[in-house]
Design a protein around this ligand. Structure first.
Ligand code: F6P
Length: 347
């Protein structure tokens, strides 16, 4: 009997998910596998919801954003009997699983593999680019391209009105999107979680810029930046206090708070743009399609070789494999050297 392979996408969606699904399925169908999609992340394995992924279903997917099999932030370890249901449904329906996700989804996969021997292989996904065992995650390049275009567009309206434009971008724990798009778009100040420079310092940079003859500025801030003041006060801005199944609060709103601070302290008229889920929507860049495809091929090959508990990763220009555990131990933060490049253009 052919191997039955499931594909699961978990966590926030990212452009390129469908390209991974296509690559895993095409490679595995060619080998005579039966391929099925697990609906909506770990929820689909808890509730036994599958759908066939044949040649017809995986056709035309390269330019398509989102994930055709759905996603969720379900954590089976937080549901009564959840992990047992996953193991039972997996045993009845599948022989192997490819899990495409970020630290949370892959963390569940690593645990199920280590504690229960689940035959699972991982593919790293997050627009935040904060997984430590890989140089880049797919989805990130697309998000950076979207943010860069937004910054370019904001320049012309900022200049016309002599305004400060604050752009809030995603990045829960790390400032990869802010730093990359800020460098590419020529931001005048970039605020990220890893380098909490103070609001006062940011305002000094803006004043300096205006003193040297510029009447407008662009400030890029990561949603996870903690408002930091020289008094020592620090403040994380969240939308509400509730947390998801992985203990994350819903971020968002730091841009507004920062804009208010800037306007009060400098007197410069300030506006805010929150890019939000626009950063995750729509078609992937060519670079993300290629990276996603290479990850998908690697994941299918790892399954075929029976090398479970591994994750496809990019090291330099090579696709390699690392242990799922290694991939989820720590976050990849923005190195100071990267921030220094951005900082060279502040003020
Ligand atoms: O995990 C990626 C991410 O883009 C974070 O930067 C952000 O905080 C989160 O997703 C928001 O996702 P959602 O609104 O889907 O919970």
């Amino acid at each position: 009997m052919a191997t039955r392979l499931g594909i699961l996408t978990g966590g926030g969606d990212a452009p390129g998910l469908n390209a991974v699904i296509r690559a895993v399925a095409r490679r595995s169908l060619d080998r005579g596998y039966e391929v099925v999609g697990v609906r909506e992340g770990w929820a689909g394995l808890v509730e036994s919801r599958f759908e066939p992924l044949g040649p017809r279903e995986v056709s035309g997917l390269l330019p398509r954003g989102g994930t055709i099999i759905g996603t969720s932030r379900t954590n089976p370890f937080k549901i009564e009997g959840g992990a047992e249901a996953v193991l039972r449904n997996f045993g009845e329906r599948l022989d192997a699983l490819v899990t495409i996700g970020g630290e949370d989804t892959l963390g569940v996969a690593a645990r199920l593999h280590e504690e229960h021997g689940l035959a699972v292989v991982g593919v790293p996904k997050t627009i935040d680019n904060d997984l430590s065992a890989t140089d880049y995650t797919f989805g990130f390049d697309t998000a950076v391209a979207i943010c860069t275009e937004a910054i370019d567009r904001l320049h012309t309206t900022a200049e016309s009105h002599n305004r400060v434009m604050v752009v809030e971008v995603m990045g829960r724990h790390t400032g990869w999107i802010a730093v990359m798009s800020g460098i590419a778009g020529g931001a005048d100040v970039i605020l990220i979680p890893e380098q909490p420079i103070s609001v006062e310092q940011a305002c000094r940079e803006l004043r300096h810029r205006h003193e040297r003859g510029k009447d407008f500025s662009i400030v890029v801030v990561s949603e996870g930046y903690e408002l930091t003041y020289e008094s020592g006060e620090r403040r994380t801005v969240t939308q509400d206090a509730a947390t998801d199944a992985f203990g994350h609060v819903r971020l968002g709103g730091v841009g507004d708070a920062l804009a208010q601070d800037i306007e009060e302290r400098t007197g410069y008229e300030t506006r805010v743009t929150v890019l939000g889920h626009v950063q995750r929507g729509g078609t992937p860049t060519a670079r993300d399609r290629v990276l996603a495809t290479r990850y998908g091929i690697k994941a299918a090959d790892l399954v075929h070789e029976g090398r479970f508990g591994r994750m496809a990763a990019l090291h330099g220009d090579e696709i390699v494999d690392v242990s799922l555990r290694e991939a989820t131990i720590e976050l990849k933060t923005v190195p100071p050297a990267w921030y220094d490049v951005a900082r060279a253009f502040f003020g």
